[in-house]
Design a protein around this ligand. Structure first.
Ligand code: ADP
Ligand code: MG
Length: 520
């Protein structure tokens, strides 16, 4: 029924062969003040005609007509609209007739002998029809909202499920079906949750089952089709309120799992970086502590040698001890180099510092017949801590020589380029400026990619007892302190392939060095 008030008339189809009876019915309804619009029909043909002509709010029909049967009229009306109220008005007395008509779906049955029942029957039929229509409307919008809700849940990247207290799943969304391994029965399935986190999750679940509180746990969940484990944040919330009847324990739990994998990897990387920084600092302080007894040891060996002139075996042992001590000494010096107070920056000539470094290695280079190519433009100058830059180049050239076998080649170059200064505490953002580029390359053994990732970590060395694994780590620290960058491109295979170490330094690193001093 329309709610627009008086204009909304109730359309009634009245099937009645007797004109007097029809008049009587219309009169009664009119007197009751119902806002009706009557459409009369008196036989089969006119009934079907009217029925097809428009929509009605109510049908009133005589039970028996000369050429027509009231039940057939009812059937035709029901076929058109199963919810349309249909009331019989009949002169025929008999319970069976009334019962049959109601059984066949009539709304009510009024006897012509008791016409005072007509108006209440019509009112009730209209009211019921109205209520039905409202209910259908509510149901329809409920279905629509449920469909929309499911649509949203299925569009979520998170896995969503509803679980009974025993863990049995009563609902799972699309993401769940896509991601969990087939045959997963509960959210705590041993095939789903990583064994390391299963007990913890189960304990949280038990606790909140007892208290009806929500909980979260982090765990790795297995992906279907060999996707491996991924970290998830699982959250379980009891569905209380309307869904669990008053006083009864809650019957269902809503679970969600949000992927944490990327976040976890990030945290892990941060932790590793922190550990490395801490171990670096620790190492520096240990190196510092070792330095003093080291000096004493070297002096003691010197004295012991004086006392052992007559004993060649003791002298040989002392030589060996001295060699080993030399190694320890190198390690501590390299470590301390990075942390030592910076010397005053001075102007450095690119070519001359490279020549200087080569001179240091001249014996080793000749002994292994390594070919050296030095190319450096004229007037490549930079302002930096000479001792530290020298240390960096010594480390790189030393590595290059270690990498080549007899007759290999090591190339050195220095040139001026335009490049990005590294961000430091004082100068925000990388700025373009004049830089000096040192390159050290060799055609030696190179290094496999998976190992190359660790080149700049302290203690990473492939040289066994001959390596400390500190050269590149220390070099990186020095170069970055100067606002520069260092990289090493390598691949395994001797001869044809080149390993290239590149150091980029600002032409004038004074600002960076002062900033570093202030911060330290
Ligand atoms: P160390 O030389 O004491 O091992 P470094 O920090 O100088 O320590 O170098 C770390 C590792 O990096 C070396 O052990 C080596 O495996 C690799 N590496 C460095 N430079 C080269 C190079 N030019 N060619 C091949 N591998 C290199
Ligand atoms: Mg080295």
């Amino acid at each position: 029924m329309d709610e627009a008030g008086e204009q909304a008339k109730v359309r009634v189809l009245l099937l009645e062969d007797s004109p007097q009876d029809a008049e009587l019915v219309a009169n009664r309804l009119e007197r009751a003040g119902l806002p009706l619009e009557m459409y009369p029909a008196h036989d089969r043909a006119s009934y079907y005609g009217q029925l097809g002509a428009r929509q009605y709010d109510l049908i009133l029909a005589d039970y028996a007509l000369p050429d027509f049967d009231g039940l057939a009229a009812l059937e035709a009306a029901r076929a058109l609209d199963p919810h349309l109220p249909f009331v019989f008005i009949s002169g025929r007395v008999g319970e069976e007739v009334a019962i049959e008509s109601l059984q066949r779906g009539a709304t009510d049955y009024v006897l012509k002998q008791r016409m005072e029942r007509l108006v209440p029957a019509v009112k009730r039929a209209l009211k019921e029809a109205d209520e039905h229509a409202r209910r259908r409307h509510v149901e329809q919008s409920f279905r629509e909202s449920e469909a929309r809700f499911l649509h949203v849940i299925n569009a979520l990247p998170q896995m969503v499920w509803i679980s009974a207290p025993d863990g049995e799943l009563t609902y799972t969304n699309k993401a769940w079906l896509e991601h969990v391994p087939p045959k997963t029965r509960t959210w705590l399935d041993p095939g789903l949750i990583h064994p390391d986190e299963r007990a913890g999750c189960a304990a949280s679940w038990e606790r909140s089952l007892a208290r009806h509180t929500s909980f979260s746990c982090e765990c790795r969940m297995m992906r279907r089709d060999g996707g491996g484990y991924r970290w998830q944040l699982v959250r379980m919330v009891p569905l209380l309120g309307s869904l669990a009847r008053d006083g009864e324990p809650c019957v269902e739990w809503l679970g969600t799992a949000t992927d944490l994998q990327e976040q976890k990897l990030h945290e892990e990387a941060l932790r590793t970086a922190e550990t490395l920084a801490v171990s670096g600092r620790m190492m520096a302080s240990i190196a510092h502590e070792i330095n003093n007894p080291l000096e004493s040891l070297i002096n003691l060996i010197f004295l012991a040698r004086l006392e052992s002139q007559e004993n060649p075996r003791a002298l040989a042992y002392l030589d060996m001890s001295e060699n080993e001590l030399e190694r320890v000494s190198t390690i501590t010096k390299q470590t301390l180099q990075f942390y030592r107070d910076p010397a005053t920056p001075t102007e450095i000539d690119g070519r001359s510092i490279l020549e200087d470094v080569l001179r240091l290695f001249s014996t080793r280079l000749t002994a292994r017949a390594v070919r050296v190519e030095l190319t450096a433009e004229k007037n490549v100058v930079l302002t930096a801590n000479r001792g530290e830059i020298r240390q960096v180049l010594i480390n790189l050239v030393g590595n290059a020589i270690d990498a080549v076998s007899r007759g290999g080649t090591v190339c050195l170059s220095a040139k001026q380029v335009a490049g990005q200064r590294r961000e430091t505490g004082a100068s925000a953002g990388g700025t373009m400026s004049e830089m000096v580029e040192f390159v050290v390359c060799d055609n030696g053994v190179g290094l496999a990619e998976e190992k190359a990732e660790r080149l700049f970590q302290p203690f990473f060395s492939t040289k066994g007892a001959h390596g400390t694994g500190l050269g590149l780590w220390v070099s990186k620290g020095i170069v970055e302190k100067h606002g520069g960058s260092i990289s090493l491109v390598t691949e395994p295979g001797e001869g044809g392939k080149w390993t290239t170490a590149t150091v980029l330094l600002p032409r004038d690193a004074v600002d960076e060095l002062h900033a570093g001093q202030g911060g330290a």
